[in-house]
Design a protein around this ligand. Structure first.
Ligand SMILES: *Cc1c(COP(=O)(O)O)cnc(C)c1O
Length: 376
């Protein structure tokens, strides 16, 4: 009675979207054009009417946000070591230095008290990350930013569809960056979006998005900043439009499945569970932290033998060679290091069933017992 393999995530692309993509491909205009503009308008509506520009990745949106915010050589940007490495890589891209601070062990998000302590004369910005979709406390965050005159680039790659005080993430705040990578809650295959604050000219962001080019009249062209090659194709934008229509349905389904995880998870297995938030969090991932002494690689292998896919999001990034070479090392951020060693992403995506959740939970209990017993 072998069951099909259950991956840790899988996008849900509907037939209407597939037909829409075919129509774009037949239209004669396949790169950035009307679909990208329509996607920007729809995203702006979702974000309370704020200006939004789409990009070909969430990494590009953050890099451009930092450049527009004037972050560069000699500056520091405070962020969390427990994120996808793009979060800190974009700081290096600008020539600034990423300054890591430890996470709160319960939320696994950046510890805002530590942020305040790390602020110095070179600090220009903070990049908070809503890990697994759980929002960083926006009230405390913006209180700190206002008191120290810091820019904020919200790395909301994982929290599209999450909320803070009843308003969608993106509807308030400074720069807000989303990713539409294939594994995110909505996807454009690859892609991202940047929500802009009032004091930023969208035309400048558009220049940073595409080679710094400004066009005027029929044949005028100038370049005044060094821009990248970050534009989103219409093919990708059409996928994003089809996905955005289903955001509320996807989020509701993820919340239901997360609730079911809490109902059936074997608490005696000794794992740390995520914060139980069904109001703000979009449940981008359901992540456990294994008990000390249960080796993660062996656990993941045992899960795979039971037909269950798992993921690691993420090892603490200050321990990567690139960051060690800057002076970071083991012992500096103990919570992030412990979580980064033991964290495992369990399957959670809208097309899953309650039975799938039960199957995962049974496999977790069995796999932990097997790893502890020295067998798989
Ligand atoms: C996915 C992700 C990114 C980067 O997004 P891309 O679209 O892959 O460039 C950045 N930060 C976090 C936390 C992410 O999960």
């Amino acid at each position: 009675m072998s069951q099909p393999f259950l991956p840790f995530t899988r996008p849900s692309i509907d037939e209407d979207t597939i037909a829409g993509v075919a129509a774009v491909l037949r239209s004669g205009w396949i790169t950035t054009g009307p679909q990208a503009q329509a996607f920007e308008a729809a995203l702006s509506a979702h974000c309370g009417g704020r200006p939004v520009r789409v990009f070909n990745s969430g990494t590009a949106t953050m890099e451009v946000a930092l450049r527009v915010a004037g972050v560069g050589a000699g500056h520091e940007v405070i962020t969390t070591p427990l994120s996808w490495v793009a979060t800190a890589n974009v700081v290096l891209e600008t020539g600034a230095r990423p300054v890591f601070v430890d996470v709160d062990p319960a939320t696994r998000n950046i510890d805002l008290m530590q942020v305040e302590r790390a602020i110095g004369p070179a600090t220009r910005a903070v990049i908070p990350v809503d890990l697994a979709g759980l929002p960083v406390d926006r009230d405390r965050l913006y209180d700190i930013a206002a008191r120290h005159r810091l820019r904020v680039v919200e790395d909301a790659a994982q929290s599209f569809g999450s909320a803070w005080r009843g308003r969608p993430i993106g509807a308030t705040g400074d720069f807000v960056s989303f990713s539409f990578h294939a594994n995110k809650n909505i996807t454009s295959v690859e892609g991202g979006a940047l929500v802009l604050p009032d004091d930023v000219d969208p035309a400048l962001v558009e220049r940073y998005r595409l080679q710094g080019v400004a066009r005027s009249g029929f044949d005028g062209m100038d370049v005044d900043v060094l821009g990248g090659k970050f534009n989103l194709t219409d093919v990708a934008a059409r996928v994003g439009l089809g996905q955005l229509k289903r955001l509320d349905e996807f989020t509701a389904r993820r919340r239901e499945l997360a609730r079911h995880y809490f109902d059936v998870f074997d608490v005696d297995a000794g794992c740390d569970l995520p914060v139980m938030d069904f109001e703000n969090c979009n449940w981008h991932m359901f992540q456990i932290v294994l008990p000390a002494g249960v080796e993660r690689a062996a656990f993941m292998a045992a899960m795979k033998e039971r037909g269950i896919g798992t993921g690691v999001h993420y090892p603490a990034m200050h321990l990567f060679s690139l960051y060690r070479a800057m002076g970071y090392g083991p012992g500096m951020f103990p919570h992030a290091e412990r979580i980064g060693r033991g964290i495992v992403t369990l399957p959670l995506f809208p097309a899953m069933t309650a039975d799938d959740v039960e199957r995962v939970c049974a496999a977790v209990t069995a796999s932990i017992a097997a790893v502890r017993g020295g067998a798989r």
